[in-house]
Design a protein around this ligand. Structure first.
Ligand SMILES: N#Cc1c(N)n[nH]c1-c1ccc2c(Cl)cn(Cc3cccnc3)c2c1
Length: 247
């Protein structure tokens, strides 16, 4: 998968050099290209923003630098069109399903902006010829789109074949489709069996895989009911067995 990111803060994406995503890049699974938007602003101050038409607070990012920057990315492979992902507080929610959809795309172009956002004519310009998604992460206020792009690249990158050592861990994720879909993960434990007087639940040392699976599902149901009751309410009743309903 190829990923291009246009930003006035390319240094925000240094975390993409480390850990899981960094290794995926080293192994050629992920090909990330960073672009400095200000390189496409040709006045002496490399201006990328201006006051909003119609008045109001803040500044709006000018269309010309974005147009030139996006055109330059598209020109690197004219035969293919990337899916453009525009982080915005007013976007559709980024979900695990959207992450899975993006993981099947050959090329993503992220346009994390600042200020009050990008002049809307930019999305109109490219939206007429390719997929342009306006996407937000969570219901909280950020200062710009860069962190949203980091979140999305990590969520998408870990789904790419060969990135996660253990295929099971992606399938068993919270929110991943499948047996535990939309249940939060339960507690996890490792050695030592006793730590500061706290013991590992006996069942996990029993070697009885059926009972362990049952215990884990019970704990996932309990944690989901406690922390995200709306996820439990949204579950298909058919997916809950008699035992589940007693939890
Ligand atoms: N906040 C949030 C949020 C979220 N939860 N996901 N993505 C974003 C996001 C994405 C892109 C921008 C751009 Cl450009 C500027 N800001 C700051 C901002 C915040 C509130 C209202 N106006 C502008 C962004 C926020």
């Amino acid at each position: 998968m190829r990923v291009d990111i246009i930003s006035i803060f390319p240094e925000y994406f240094a975390p993409l050099d480390v850990s899981l995503i960094g290794k995926a890049r080293e192994r050629g699974i992920l090909d990330v290209h960073l672009h400095q938007l200000r390189d496409r602003a040709h006045d002496v101050h490399r201006t990328v923003d201006d006051t909003p038409y119609g008045g109001g607070p803040g500044m709006v990012m000018k269309p010309e630098p974005w147009g030139e920057a996006i055109d330059a990315v598209l020109a690197t492979d004219p035969a293919v069109q990337p899916r453009i992902v525009v982080p915005t507080p007013s976007g559709v929610p980024f979900t695990q399903r959207l992450a899975m959809e993006y993981a099947s795309e050959p090329w993503l172009l992220f346009t994390p902006a600042r200020y009050e956002g990008i002049d809307s004519r930019v999305m109109a310009e490219y939206g007429s010829r390719m997929r342009v998604d306006e996407v937000g992460i969570g219901d909280y206020v950020l200062a710009g789109g860069e962190v949203a792009v980091l979140v999305m690249i990590e969520a998408v990158g870990r789904l790419l074949p060969g990135v996660l050592g253990n295929v099971r861990s992606a399938v068993d994720d919270s929110f991943a489709p499948g047996a535990m879909e939309n249940l939060l993960e339960g507690p996890v434990y490792t050695k030592p069996p006793e730590w500061r007087g706290h013991e590992v639940p006996e069942i996990l040392l029993s070697g009885h895989h059926g009972k362990i699976a049952r215990w884990r599902r019970d704990e996932a149901l309990r944690r989901t009911a406690k922390n995200r009751p709306e996820l439990l309410a949204a579950l298909d009743p058919e997916s809950l067995d008699k035992h589940d309903r007693q939890i």
